[in-house]
Design a binder for this molecule. Structure first.
Ligand SMILES: Nc1nc2c(c(=O)[nH]1)N[C@H]1C(S)=C(S)[C@@H](COP(=O)(O)O)O[C@H]1N2
Ligand SMILES: [Mo]
Length: 398
């Protein structure tokens, strides 16, 4: 195992990890025992109150965003791992571009230092799992879906710095008839139902790859943490999180359309509302809103409380947010605390003085500059992606 240098941010976490279960698969330890093996293969600490562990993943408790700014600190950014976090070294790392779409079909390698010496770009963008909000298909709409039962915390916003994928492709020499590029992660192959699907990989159309995709090596001004793709990850702003491949090791560049299980079997919409072969592969995220308050939270009657939350959309900046404190009967505008921005979220606030004691339901509903608004009900799909309905948030007034 490569011992992480003190320059890498997660060194302390790794040392802590080495001293205790759970064990990341990439850190071979002889602790053994089913209890140790059952934990998520995540390097950073996951304190209760900040995270809820869901299988190999960790969801940020939305209330934990309340004391954060626009950017989500790395120590509370959700983690979605198909397997477990590999602890890689930047000196051993290389990125290989290969395939029919490279001029002369000649593979080209980039080292970490090569990327670091290229012109950099910095961009603030959220990354959100396509399944964020999935649990509400069941709890709010009574519908059956498969997949991780996220509430609304499989999202975070960071300032990503790296090189444009367009620049790396240009240096590698891309043939004019290229259609798709497919980044692939260095984490272990994903096994589903006893079948290995290979390493996580998903095609990106060339036009998108040349537009705003980043090969990021920094998150919020620090080297990427291990769990978020150290040393280099793909960032596809505002697209389904699966497009933002972590620990990228190679990119296939192709003159014919590419396929992987992540754009055929999953990350498409299947169900009654969709064609038998499913929708087109998912791209942008939908509109969502969340209160920075625990579910079943308790509030004091008669006292004014500032309700806060965030709204975001993959399609356009969020321009309007309304809230309801009576389960959707009456709505009033929330005050936006950030300028609407592309690929980002806005923080909002609304004062509320609950008068009557008892249970009630808070709701928030956002509209983006493209006119997308959160409906009362999401259209069902079997894998529970892209939940966009206004979420019913129960609270008790005491
Ligand atoms: N190599 C690799 N990349 C990956 C994944 C993965 O399991 N392996 N998960 C994807 C999914 S489904 C999501 S939602 C995002 C989550 O990014 P984060 O863990 O940094 O929050 O990473 C994506 N990139
Ligand atoms: Mo995801």
């Amino acid at each position: 195992m490569p011992i992480p240098s003190s320059r890498t941010p997660a060194r302390r976490s790794v040392l802590k990890l080495l001293a205790s279960a759970p064990v990341a698969a990439a850190v071979p330890l002889a602790t053994g025992g089913p209890a140790a093996a059952a934990g998520p293969g995540i390097v950073k600490p996951l304190p209760p109150g900040l995270f809820t562990v869901r299988g190999t993943n960790a969801e940020t408790d939305f209330a934990a965003f309340r004391d954060t700014g626009l950017l989500t600190p790395a120590d509370r950014f959700f983690v979605r791992n198909h397997t477990s976090t590999p602890v890689l070294s930047e000196t051993d790392w290389k990125l290989t571009l290969w395939g029919s779409g490279l001029i002369g079909s000649r593979a080209v390698e980039f080292r970490y230092g090569d990327l670091r010496s290229m012109p950099s770009v910095t961009r603030t963008a959220f990354i959100e799992c396509a399944g964020n909000g999935r649990s509400f298909y069941a709890s709010q709409q009574g519908e059956t879906v498969t997949g991780t039962s996220w509430t609304l915390g499989a999202v975070g916003t960071a300032r990503w710095r790296g090189v444009r994928l367009a620049e790396v492709l240009r240096r590698a020499g891309v043939a004019s008839d290229t259609v798709d590029v497919m980044p692939r992660g260095l984490d272990d192959p994903h096994v589903s139902g006893g079948v290995s699907l290979g390493r996580v990989r998903r095609p990106i159309p060339l036009a998108k790859a040349l537009d705003d995709v980043i090969l990021a090596y920094e998150m919020n001004g620090e080297p990427l943490p291990y769990d978020h793709g150290f040393p280099v990850r793909v960032v596809v702003p505002a697209w389904v999180g699966i497009a933002s491949v972590k620990w990228v090791g190679d990119i296939e560049v192709s003159t014919t359309p590419l396929h992987s299980p992540w754009n055929t079997g999953t990350y498409r919409l299947f169900g009654d509302a969709y064609p038998p072969g499913g929708s087109a592969p998912l791209t942008r995220q939908t509109v969502k809103s969340a209160f920075e308050l625990p579910f079943q939270g308790r509030l004091a009657a008669g006292r004014t409380r500032l309700l806060t939350g965030r709204s975001w959309s993959g399609a356009a900046p969020v321009s309007r947010v309304e809230i309801s404190t009576d389960g959707g009967e009456r709505w009033r505008p929330a005050v936006l605390r950030d300028a609407p921005r592309r690929d980002g979220w806005v923080r909002w606030a609304a004062p509320w003085q609950p008068r009557r004691t008892g249970d009630t339901v808070l709701m928030a509903r956002a509209t983006d500059a493209a006119g997308n608004t959160q409906p009362a009900r999401s259209v069902h799909n079997t894998q529970g992606y892209l939940f966009d309905a206004a979420v019913r948030h129960p609270v008790t007034v005491l």
